[in-house]
Design a protein around this ligand. Structure first.
Ligand code: SF4
Length: 473
């Protein structure tokens, strides 16, 4: 997927101005905030939720601190189960390994389950360029594949689409005859009908993984549609693409993570399907793939693990931070310009690509702190975003006018007497400007900020001036 994070401001402006996105925003705005409340209630209150959060955090931290050991254990056990385990240093390597497996299988059709890792590596484009036909089988992924778009949310890839947009899309792309797809149920049935043929015809199935379990070499996958199981069990060849940080020591650890993941993602107590893939079909098995291949992506994750941002690897990809982020909810996922949007994307994108390309993303934050509050992995997202902003500033990546402004503010803050004089003067001018209307609608250097909001007229004096006056009286 081509990275456009440099265009964040333009893409966000366009999304905010779009009438379709406005309709979509209202719908999501009413739905999303209830998810966390439901999760906490299901656990019997904040205490139990926080206790499990701490346990899972400790498990993830331990797994990442011993990543090499657990990857080795996983690899040994998965190979003993009959799977092949491949490691890819970057996206191109992952794509090459998958292409090679597909070519060796003499495949022409691939059925795919939802996988953000393959979005990260641009696998669909690579497969299609090599002549393979690829069908996304998760309903949301199928919709955006038909629309020629990219996911806007890590859990609900087509959340940006309204029901009427999806209906129009199906009317245009499918041979429908008399059927007019008046309800959501009819659209789902339509997609199911189309996808059924793809499941049966595909020679290769590709899926992602929510957890790699070291103690037995299994992979756990959580879905609500069951499409992952069809991709995994119907085609003769199964490829599981995921990243090295998905490793967990034991099945019990995966179950603990599952309890947090599902509640934080959709507010459900448990997902419709939780599947464990143990390798290729064994003698006596009635179904299952004839071959199972793991492709495990690094793509700078080893570097992140050794950096001050290592905590970000504890992310369990639940999407809760997106659902509660005012910036994501206004701008939508496509504005972030790459695979991972919202607060987690604003941290991950600069780390997985480059800060030069995506330095605007850490600024896309109101510092409200809601993302950290709802994150089931307790990742200090606002702190990590602040660290990235600091890094962009110190490395000279931040735009010159911002650097000058922040530098000037920093210098003034180190000279308190001058700072008080300058702020006192500015406040008295602003007071005079807005006295009559009660609000200020224009200010030099703050045009963008005032475009969508009014600034209440400040008092005639700063708090410190008032305090000084009261001492002198
Ligand atoms: S950062 Fe936390 S809230 Fe966001 S997707 Fe990851 S685990 Fe979920």
């Amino acid at each position: 997927m081509e990275q456009q994070s440099r265009d964040f401001l333009r893409l966000a402006d366009e999304a905010i101005a779009s009438p379709e996105r406005s309709e979509n925003r209202e719908m999501l705005g009413a739905f999303m905030p209830t998810l966390r409340e439901k999760a906490v209630k299901d656990f019997g209150g904040n205490e139990d939720f926080d206790a499990l959060r701490n346990d899972v955090k400790a498990i993830r931290q331990h797994a990442l601190e011993h990543l090499g050991h657990y990857l080795e254990t996983f690899t040994r056990n998965a190979r003993e189960n009959g799977s092949s385990v491949n490691f890819a240093r970057n996206g191109d390597e992952l794509n090459e390994i998958v292409l090679d497996i597909c070519a060796r299988s003499e495949a022409s059709r691939v059925a795919k389950g939802k996988s953000m890792i393959t979005e990260e590596t641009g696998l669909n484009g690579a497969l299609e360029a090599a002549g393979f036909s690829v069908r996304e089988t998760d309903l949301g992924e199928y919709i955006i594949q038909e629309a020629g778009e990219t996911p806007s949310h890590i859990v609900g890839p087509a959340l940006h689409k309204t029901q009427s947009e999806i209906r129009e899309l199906f009317l245009e792309r499918h041979q429908l005859g008399e059927r007019d797809l008046a309800s959501a149920g009819e659209m789902v049935a339509e997609a199911r009908q189309v996808l059924r043929e793809d499941f049966l015809a595909a020679e290769v199935g590709i899926i992602g993984s929510n957890a790699l379990i070291a103690e037995n070499g299994y992979s756990m996958l959580v879905t609500n549609e069951g499409n992952g199981d069809l991709c995994a069990n119907l085609p003769p060849v199964l490829i599981i693409c995921t990243s090295i940080d998905r490793i967990l020591p034991r099945t019990d650890d995966a179950m603990a993570m599952l309890r947090l993941l599902v509640r934080s993602t959709t507010g459900q107590a448990v997902s419709c399907y939780t599947s464990f893939y143990a390798g290729p079909r064994r003698p006596g098995d009635v179904d299952g793939p004839l071959e199972t291949h793991f492709v495990l992506l690094d793509n700078k994750r080893s570097d992140i693990l050794a950096s001050d941002y290592a905590e970000m690897l504890q992310c369990i990809r639940c999407g809760a931070c997106l659902n509660h982020c005012p910036v994501y909810m206004s701008a939508g996922g496509h504005a972030y310009g790459w695979v991972y949007p919202g607060p987690m994307g604003s941290v991950l994108t600069p780390l997985l690509t480059s800060l030069e390309e995506s330095y605007l993303l850490p600024d896309a934050c109101t510092a409200c702190g809601r993302c950290e509050e709802v994150c089931p992995a307790s990742i200090p997202l606002p702190g990590l975003l602040r660290d990235l902003r600091h890094e962009a500033f110190t490395e000279g990546i931040t735009a010159t006018r911002w650097r000058l402004g922040i530098g000037l503010h920093g210098w003034l803050a180190r000279h308190p007497r001058l700072y008080q004089k300058v702020t006192g003067f500015a406040v008295s001018v602003m007071h005079r400007l807005g006295r009559r209307r009660g609000v200020i609608r224009k200010l030099p250097f703050a045009g963008g900020w005032l475009e969508a909001r009014d600034l209440p007229t400040p008092a005639a004096k700063t708090f410190q001036q008032e305090h000084q006056d009261s001492l002198e009286q």
